[in-house]
Design a protein around this ligand. Structure first.
Ligand code: SF4
Length: 223
């Protein structure tokens, strides 16, 4: 029997949550000339963006095939072969214009990049990091003295320029707002495992506590 999306009652943890957004961290013109984002070396790349249920609905409404989403309650998107044979592309990416076809409704995961929400190396704290694969980050450290560059990457932490620090704080504040905590608790796949090429910016204490509380509730026996 075919079941239409939205006709079955949903468990609390899968209830539909709103689309959420974060401030843009990188100037749009920088992103449009970048050769990193939206392209993936393997078909099952760990870095494929995750879409929540609301984001999947929006992407499908904007022309992305339903088949790109194996689980409509939330999943990573299925990538497609690059027409030039150079790995794989997000199906929303237009390689001719280097633009996202669903930019206005691109998922939170894509809005967030190059910021990353991940567990720390000890798996104790959720942290906000900055992916060093983003060329913009390296541009931010170029032109500084050797001492400054070392200091910027000292102890696994990144000391950002004042402008980037402002963006990072705005993103962290947005992440720990109530609506966003609901979304992240319902979609823990948005919190990635530790990545050693992502530099830690700061701990996300409220998010860590929210996720831990949910884990405790799920592991405690029901009456
Ligand atoms: S949804 Fe858009 S921004 Fe995100 S990976 Fe796909 S093409 Fe890139």
């Amino acid at each position: 029997m075919m079941v239409l999306m939205g006709t079955m009652p949903k468990p609390q943890h899968l209830r539909e949550l709103p689309l959420v957004s974060v401030p843009q961290g990188i100037p749009t013109q920088v992103c449009l000339t970048c050769k990193v984002c939206c392209r993936f070396p393997e078909i099952d790349s760990f870095l494929r963006p995750y879409f929540t249920e609301a984001e999947i609905r929006a992407a499908i409404a904007h022309g992305i095939p339903e088949a790109a989403f194996p689980r409509h309650e939330g999943c990573q998107i299925e990538v497609v072969p690059h027409p030039a044979g150079e790995g794989y592309l997000c199906p929303a990416f237009d390689p001719v214009t280097s633009r996202c076809r669903i930019y206005e409704v691109r998922p939170f995961d894509c809005q967030l990049y190059p910021f990353v929400i991940m567990w720390d190396s000890a798996q104790k704290m959720v942290v906000l990091g900055w992916d060093t694969k983003c060329p913009y980050l390296m541009a931010q450290t170029q032109g500084r003295s050797q001492t400054d560059s070392s200091r910027h990457l000292a102890n696994g932490h990144l000391l950002l320029s004042p402008e980037c620090q402002t963006i990072a704080e705005a993103v962290a504040t947005r992440i720990e707002a109530a609506a966003m905590l609901d979304v992240l608790a319902a979609h823990p796949a948005l919190i990635t495992r530790y990545q050693d090429d992502v530099v830690v910016l700061r701990a996300l204490g409220e998010l860590t506590e929210r996720v831990r509380r949910k884990q405790r509730a799920q592991s405690s026996p029901s009456c």
